[in-house]
Every structure is written in C-alpha cells, then in structure tokens.
Design a protein around this ligand. Structure first.
Ligand SMILES: Nc1nc2c(c(=O)[nH]1)N[C@H]1C(S)=C(S)[C@@H](COP(=O)(O)OP(=O)(O)OC[C@H]3O[C@@H](n4cnc5c(=O)[nH]c(N)nc54)[C@H](O)[C@@H]3O)O[C@H]1N2
Ligand SMILES: Nc1nc2c(c(=O)[nH]1)N[C@H]1C(S)=C(S)[C@@H](COP(=O)(O)OP(=O)(O)OC[C@H]3O[C@@H](n4cnc5c(=O)[nH]c(N)nc54)[C@H](O)[C@@H]3O)O[C@H]1N2
Ligand code: SF4
Ligand SMILES: [Mo]
Length: 765
C-alpha cells in the first residue's frame, strides 16, 4: 500500500485477496441467472417496493433513462420491463437506501476510509449533504451550500490565469447540466475541459471525424434488423451493453450473421437467452456468433489488413466484391489503400494476428457476398497507442463495401456512459470550436476563449507540475479512472482545491487537494422539483437520439441539489451576481436552458418540444452521405500502420477490462459470472502454455510490473486464472491495474491511455 506524506492516505487501497471460487466460463448470457442476480442487487439496495417502483419507470417514455450504458431504447419499450441485469445493478447502486451523512464522516477519517476497498467505499451509500475538508484536516465536515460556493469562487479568483483551473466531466450528466457547465467554464475563461471520453471513445471521435466528417456512429437501432453482417470487435456487450444482445438476436432471426473479433470468447457473444421472452428462459436461446476470430491483443489492424487484402484479390478475380460506384462517388484515397495493402505479406499478417487462416477465409467469404454490414466496437479498439488507426481500418472496410448511408449498414461505436455522447454534443470539449464560440458570443454576449484546453492526460500533467491548481469534477471518479494512479494522486494532492459533484463516495474524494469539497447531487432516478413542479432533462443515446428523462424517486436527502443548480451556484458566486448571464435564474429553469441550447447548438432547435415522447435524432451527415465538410467533399480511406510490439520472452501485453460486476470504478460485486470467477477481483487471465512456461499453477500469486521510460510500476497480488486467451496476452480488471498505465503513454492524436495494451512482466511470489 503506498501512502502520501501530507495526509497518511492509502492511494491504492488494500491489495488483499478476498477468497476466490472458480467455475467454468459461461456459454451463454442472460437467462434466469441474470434475472435472479438483478433482483438480488435491487432488493438488497432498495428494498422490494422501491425496486418495483423504480424498475417500472426505467427506460419508459415518461420515466427516467437508465443510468447505466448508452445503448438506445427501442421505439416501443416493453411494458414488462425495458432493462437488463446491469441496468438494474446501476439503478440499485444509485437508489440505494444507505446514506453517507455527516455522522459517517465524523466517524471515519479519510485516512481510514482510504484503506477500504473500492467495493466497500461504494457500498457505503449516497452522499447527503455538502462536506468540506479543511487544510491539513483528515475529517470532512459539513458546510452550507452558500459557503461552499463562496469557497470555490475565492479559490478560482486567486488563480493567476483561468488556465490554472481544470473542469472534468463524466458521462452521467444531463445535456442541460453539461451545457451550463461548458458555458460557465468558457465564461470563466478556459477550455480546460477534460472529459471521461478522453479515456474512452476519443479515438473513435478522432478517426470518424477525419474519415467521415462526424465523430459519432451512423447506425440506428433498426439497422440491426436489416443488417446482413454485424461485426463486433473489441467489445463485450454481454456485460457492458446487455440489451445490444436483443438487437443481435433480431439480426440473427432475420438471417444476419455475427462475426466477433476478440482475444476472449466472451459468453455474451456466444449465445443469448433473452429474459424478456418465455423461450429465452425455457429454451437454449439464440446462438449469436457465427465466426469468432481470436485475435491477439492490439493486432486488429494486422487482421483487418489481411481481410481487406483477401477481399481485394477476390474483387480483382471475380468482381462484385467492392461497391465501385460508391467508392467513385463518395470516397478519396482508394488507389493508395489498394497499393498499401498490396505491400504486406499474408503469412506475416497471419502470424501477427494469430488467427487461423481458415476462419479468416470464412469471414472474407461472408463479407464478399454481403453489403449491409455494421461494425460495432468499443474499448478493445480505442485504448491502444494506435487506437485511431484501429478504427480507421474498420472505416476502410465499410467504405470499400459501400456499407454506409443505407439501411442495415454503418459505423457503431458503442458508447459507455449513458450520456457521454450528449455531453460532448452540447459543448464539453477541450478543443476550440469556432462555430460554437460564435454562437455563444451571439446568444450570451461574451467571447469564449480561443486557446485549446487540456484533455485528461494533459490536465493530470499540468496539476502534477502545479500549473493547474483547482480541480472541479462534474461526476466521475477521476483518480481511479485515470491512468497511473500514484502519479494522478500526486497531481490531485498538489491542487489548492479539489471539488467533486457526486452522487456516491469514491476514492477521488479520499485523495484530496489542500482543501476539498464534496457537493452531493440528485441521481437521475430522483424527483427533481422546483416550487412543487417536477423538471425533466434530456440525454442523447449512443445512436444520436435525444430524449427526455424524468426522475420520480424520493431524493436520498432533502439537502441535495441538481447538477444545473450547483453549477449555477458556483457561477453566481464567482461572478458576484454581476455577470451578463443571470446564472441563478438560468440554472433553475431547464426550459430556459433548453431554449438557449436551441439557439447555440446545431440540431437542437425546438428542443423543449422535440425531446418529448421518444425524442429525435440529431443531424448525421453520414446517414445522408454528405461528406462536404471533408477535403474534396468525400469520405477518406486511410493508410494505417501495423502496431509495433516486440515483446521479450518474459513480457506480456496486458488488457485491463471490466468484470461483469462493475460499472467502471463502481464495484457492484466481486463476481465475474460469465468468465467463471467468483468473489475475487485480483485475478489475471493467462494462457495455460504461458503458465507452463513460467512455471505457474492455477491460482499462483504474482505481481505485475510495467517498465516505461526507466520507471517500474507495480500492481501486487494477483491470482493466475488459466483461460482461453492468446499466448503472451493477459487480461485483468481495472481500476486495480491502472497503477501500471504510464501517464505519458497514450494513443496518437486522441491521447487515450494505452489501457488495453500495457507491456508487463510478472513476478512470482
Ligand atoms: N455493466 C457495465 N456496463 C458498462 C460499463 C461497465 O463498467 N459496466 N462501462 C461503460 C463504459 S464507460 C464503456 S466505455 C463501455 C465499455 O465497454 P467494452 O469496451 O465492452 O468494455 P471492456 O471491458 O473494456 O471490454 C473490452 C473488450 O475488448 C476486448 N479487447 C481488449 N483488447 C482488445 C484488442 O486489442 N482487440 C480486440 N479485438 N478486442 C480487445 C476485451 O477482451 C473485451 O471483451 O461499457 C459501458 N457499459
Ligand atoms: N485501465 C483502464 N482504465 C480505464 C478504462 C479501462 O478500460 N481500463 N476505461 C476508461 C473509461 S472507458 C471511462 S468512461 C472512464 C470512467 O471514468 P469516470 O466517468 O470518471 O468514472 P466512473 O467510475 O464512471 O464514475 C463513477 C462516479 O460518478 C459519480 N456519479 C454517478 N452518477 C452520477 C450522476 O448522475 N451525477 C454526478 N455528478 N455524479 C455521478 C459517483 O460518485 C461515482 O462514484 O474510466 C477509464 N479508465
Ligand atoms: S443495456 Fe445499458 S442502458 Fe440498457 S438497461 Fe442495460 S445498462 Fe441500461
Ligand atoms: Mo467509457
């Protein structure tokens, strides 16, 4: 356990083992066990009545949007229930009856709490009132809202430049809150708006913007019904987007094929027993994957290049494989792409990707014959040094096949947090958008800054170097989510003030700046009322559809404020109530915020009305095949390089992934049911041949060590679990392994940390 000098805090928490039980990995997802586990979580946290009350409103038209992932709801949500096991866990976690109040903080110092596991910390309950940690103190104490706002205002005013402030956002915030936050940060005078998406789909945003002119996906939910082929690459939907399995099921029932590309054979992609259907409970369910390509970690470009190369050969031989009309009309760079793939040798690509050629040929045959192709991906592609190229290679394939702008085809980056896409659409970004700045200037009468801001990795660096001194977070758990935990902890502790607007206690609260504030906020399932009238807000799902969400549960405490109100309070205090914007009135009136959003943001006109009912889609140029924003007015083929991993005999590539029982840094439980691991998180999945080579047995205990730029980083005490994973690859859970990710190693262009391909050695205990 590492500690800090200033306060005796454990940065990483305990590394003790919790009593593992292993079973065979599951061969299907959902079914009866999912319903059972979901209800257990719900009843334990919320009690029976509140559980049924909450679940009957979740993802329903007049209810609240699931606080889990960003997968869209169907046009007509099922009245029986439109949610999955992990959606239930998400709501149970938010609507828990347990409370973290002033008595809790009086009893436990942050030094003591920091020795608790993330699981224990998260299970403590909901935050109920604003708390402050004074200089050198180790106990949070209550503070009034007004004094908290004044304290923030004082610290912000003391900065020698607005660029010494860092304003983080996590993807659970509503559009209204995020818009107001972005507006305040710009009015304050900086673009330092790191976002959780910097660690997530930033590589997708960069790749899609450069090639197709929009940083979002192009498919809608109904495209899955019509798709002939769905490729799921670097994504584990059974755990992270469970209702996507229903979409894949429909695709299969309509004759479509599913190809999965993943170093692991994830249960959710093998077979699905839909718990919403009687047959899903009673029968053996629907087989999902037709061909699984067990690619080595971060060799997707090698694999895709080989697939494309084989398709080029087929197209030359017999024709009809590529959509030449589409290529001619809508793309640039075809000849260069064909020339590029021609330079590679099949055998070399084959060795690199580690997939059997016969399987690749099956996929090539499928792709050759079909043209309605969807490619879905998530963190398995984005969190590598060449994350952007991984996605560009997928776009290459879709462009060759003309699989864009038509029903049943397109790009599908599957988003993480339920409103991460919306937050970006309404202005959370460290980049400067001239268009947005002009619209803000016109609508609000102040000039936003035009200097690029800091993204997540650079914000950490700036805080570490004491160039940034105040850190404010609208949601999230920055310390545990970011790379290089110990370095990030030093960065946060260097700050004069750290502020977290949160629903639940997490480790970031326990690794504070000199002064720290916790500002508790309403969860999205809770009734948000003003003067006796309930308010709704809007969110955007993974497919660009904006709709309303209205909480109805009794708030965890009478002393919570909504996110917009908190932002309004901070802004009002900072500007001494003398700004061109009346922050207080604006922050309390969501209808007014939406009116302003409609004036500033493209596609949001008439937001108040349009967001009602099932909502509306934002404009998407790929759906219209309009590439006029790109050079030459056409979509772009890309030349992608192969990743360069030369591992020594004792080195591995480690991917840090999610277990079935967590939402990012929130640990729901200690089981990873689909992978057969129970009651333990400190595990490392390893190929049996590697175990033999390194003289390891099942459940041997090892340390993981990464060495970058001459610095060793260690994660201690992991149990070896023999698993069907390619040789020289390892998998382990985050956030426990984040300590291994060097803060200064990230994807080219997108700056997403390399959390899926960390070079590590192992140390036997
Ligand atoms: N229940 C639950 N739901 C969630 C989350 C959660 O933590 N829990 N998190 C949310 C968030 S913020 C996000 S971003 C998404 C994340 O959703 P995912 O991206 O599905 O999450 P990960 O667990 O990171 O899984 C990545 C998958 O990629 C594979 N993979 C890793 N490296 C490679 C590679 O090099 N190539 C290929 N082809 N595959 C690879 C892994 O084996 C794993 O199956 O889920 C969201 N939904
Ligand atoms: N090694 C490694 N690191 C990773 C990843 C990985 O795959 N591997 N994945 C990365 C990804 S994809 C992401 S998105 C980031 C996630 O990074 P974050 O978004 O920062 O982390 P979360 O764990 O989602 O944040 C959870 C906290 O959010 C707060 N919260 C929950 N709901 C609300 C709400 O409605 N409002 C407010 N204000 N607060 C709320 C709660 O206090 C809770 O403790 O982590 C990244 N880190
Ligand atoms: S798929 Fe995602 S959004 Fe839908 S219920 Fe499950 S966790 Fe919630
Ligand atoms: Mo994410």
């Amino acid at each position: 356990m590492s500690t800090t000098k200033k306060r005796n805090i454990s940065i990483l928490g305990p590394d003790t083992l919790t009593g593992i039980k292993l079973k065979e990995p599951a061969t299907y997802a959902a079914g009866v066990p999912a319903v059972k586990v979901a209800l257990e979580h719900a009843f334990k946290e919320m009690g029976v009545l509140k559980s049924f009350n909450a679940l009957s409103q979740m993802n329903q038209e007049e209810g609240f949007d699931c606080p889990g992932c960003a997968w869209p709801d169907p046009e007509k949500p099922s009245k029986i229930g439109e949610y999955c096991e992990n959606g239930v866990k998400a709501i149970a976690e938010e609507a828990t009856n347990k409370k973290v109040n002033k008595d809790f903080f009086k009893k436990y110092s942050i030094e003591e709490l920091s020795k608790w596991s993330d699981y224990q910390i998260g299970k403590s309950g909901r935050l109920t009132e604003p708390m402050v940690l004074r200089p050198n103190s180790i106990y949070y104490e209550p503070i009034s809202w007004e004094n908290a706002y004044q304290l923030i205002a004082k610290e912000l005013k003391q900065l020698s430049s607005p660029d010494e402030g860092v304003f983080y956002t996590s993807g659970r915030s509503s559009n209204e809150a995020a818009f107001l936050y972005g507006l305040f940060v710009r009015a304050f005078g900086t673009n330092n708006m790191p976002d959780c998406s910097n660690m997530c789909h930033e590589s997708s945003g960069v790749a899609l913007n450069e090639t197709l002119g929009i940083g979002k996906g192009s498919v809608k939910l109904e495209d899955f019904d019509k798709a002939e082929v769905v490729m799921v690459i670097g994504q584990n939907p059974g755990t992270n987007h469970p209702r996507m399995l229903s979409a894949l099921q429909k695709c299969k029932e309509n004759g479509g094929k599913v190809i999965s590309i993943n170093p692991l054979k994830e249960a959710g992609l093998i077979r699905f027993k839909n718990p919403q259907e009687i047959k899903g409970v009673l029968s053996s369910g629907t087989a999902l994957t037709d061909v699984h390509l067990q690619v080595k970690v971060n060799q997707d470009v090698s694999l895709l290049k080989l697939i494309i190369k084989k398709l080029v050969a087929l197209d030359k031989d017999s024709g009809g494989v590529f959509d030449h009309q589409f290529i001619e009309n809508y793309t640039n760079g075809y000849d260069e792409l064909i020339h590029d793939v021609g330079q590679y040798i099949d055998k070399e690509l084959l060795d690199l990707c580690g997939v059997k050629e016969e399987k690749i040929n099956q996929v090539v045959q499928l792709l050759a014959e079909k043209s309605k192709i969807i490619i879905c991906w998530a963190m398995g592609l984005t969190q590598h040094k060449n994350g952007v190229d991984n996605i560009k290679e997928c776009v290459n394939l879709l462009l060759l096949k003309g699989s864009l702008g038509k029903l049943g085809a397109g790009t599908c980056p599957v988003r993480g947090h339920s409103n991460v896409q919306g937050d970006r659409s309404v202005g959370i970004m460290h980049h400067v958008s001239k268009e947005l700045n002009t619209a803000i200037q016109k609508t609000f009468g102040f000039t936003p800054p035009d200097k690029e801001g800091l993204d997540t990795v650079h914000a950490i660096e700036a805080m570490h170097e004491e160039k940034a001194k105040v850190f404010i977070a609208l949601g999230g758990n920055f310390l545990s989510a970011a790379s290089d935990t110990e370095y990030t902890a030093e960065a946060l502790q260097n700050c004069n003030l750290t502020v977290n607007i949160s629903t639940k206690l997490n480790r970031t609260h326990l690794v504070p700046g000199k002064i720290a504030l916790i500002l508790p906020t309403l969860g999205r399932s809770e009734l948000d009322a003003k003067d006796g009238k309930s308010r709704f807000f809007t969110v955007e799902n993974s497919m660009g559809k904006v709709h309303q969400s209205k909480g109805m549960l009794k708030p965890a405490s009478g002393n919570l404020k909504s996110e917009p109100e908190i932002i309004g309070g901070i802004a009002d205090a900072y500007f001494d109530n003398k700004h061109i914007i009346d922050w207080k009135s604006l922050s309390e009136n969501y209808e007014l915020i939406r009116k302003k959003m409609a004036l500033v943001l493209k596609g949001f006109d008439d937001l108040n009305e349009k967001s009602k009912g099932t909502g509306f889609y934002l404009p998407n140029n790929v759906r219209e095949l309009d590439f006029s924003k790109l050079p030459g007015g056409k979509a772009k083929f890309s030349i992608c390089k192969l990743p360069n991993h030369k591992l020594d005999a004792n080195e591995f590539l480690l991917m840090t992934i999610r277990s079935h029982d967590q939402f990012n840094t929130t640990i729901y439980g200690l089981d990873d049911r689909y992978r057969g691991v129970y009651n333990e998180r400190r595990v490392v999945f390893m190929n049996i041949k590697d175990m033999q080579k390194h003289n390891l047995k099942k459940l041997s205990v090892i340390n993981l060590i990464s060495s970058y730029d001459g610095k060793d980083r260690k994660a201690l005490n992991f149990l070896v679990v023999p698993y069907n994973i390619p040789e020289s690859n390892l998998a382990s859970y985050f956030p426990e392994t984040n300590v291994l990710v060097p803060y200064n190693h990230y994807a080219d262009k997108s700056h997403t940390p390399i959390s899926k391909s960390i070079v590590v050695k192992i140390e036997k205990l």
